[in-house]
Design a binder for this molecule. Sequence first.
Ligand SMILES: [Zn+2]
Length: 331
Amino acid sequence: MGSKPFKIRAANDTQKYGVAAQDLNDLIAKGCKVLKVPIKGCKICLQQDGTLINSREFFQALPPLSVLVFLRKGEKWTGDDFGKMILSLLEAPEDPVRKQQLTESLEGMIAKESSPERVHALNLYLQSLPDNIDAETREEDPDWFEGLEKRYKTKSQVMACSAQGRIRGYYSKTKEYVSNLEDPVAKIILKRVLENFRPCLKNNGYHGDYFRRTAKPKKRLCTQAGWFVCHGPYNTKTCQDKHMINPYSSRQKRAVFSTWNLDHRVEKSRTILPSMQQAAVSCPKGKQLNWEYFYELLFTTDNLKLVEISCHKKEAHKGYECDEKKYYTSK
Ligand SMILES: [Zn+2]
């Protein structure tokens, strides 16, 4: 039987080491040596939730690179911070102050969290919290606005700003790409394209309506009550997991919604921007770049999909290219 690699650590030290072991005894022998933990009385558990690894079957079932904690005699491990926090929440539901503290720590974690499994677990917890969907103003639901600037008076205003922030981000990425171009011809042409984008974005309010539940039905991505449905990975028609969320319902949901993505089906950096550059340098005489086409790809739901974190695939979107037939219009 071959060796399996693991990451190991001691309970009182977060430093991790790599070891490869053939079986449980081998793992104990090697791990104890590396971590300077006495073999006698040593126990091994999963860092994630503290499950003891005490059988050959369990050892075999462990995925490679699992993070394991070596416990000295008498030491205990109940899981990492995340696991501990969920556990404490479940154990102390009656204490409102403690619960509030834990919820705030969880929100901090959501902001930093990138693992879909964990975000999902957080979601399950957050679903159990009370919500206040109908409330719209700061007076009606002050808790929802906690941590936000005073100038925000309504939830729709906050959500619109959040959508605008994303669209502005795509614009500045495009601008950055153009200003880094070395080819002077492409640069001049694309600067003109940017000059066309700008007023168009302004006219469209930087597409803040995508997240504004008070916007006209055709303009918004949510229902009138503020429910958003995941559009599914770039290469599917719908979301198999039926992800949905209402960021208008609570501060926590608003935090989770910030991990949802407006994903470019035809990718911005890998595909659209290089294609735009290519189109600029090979523009035929008597034609001009069809900036409206590229605008639609970069900034509108013609090409943007709203996706929950686990439906946001980071891989290259193979087969999703710009349509060369739409690159130019007549002058
Ligand atoms: Zn989804």
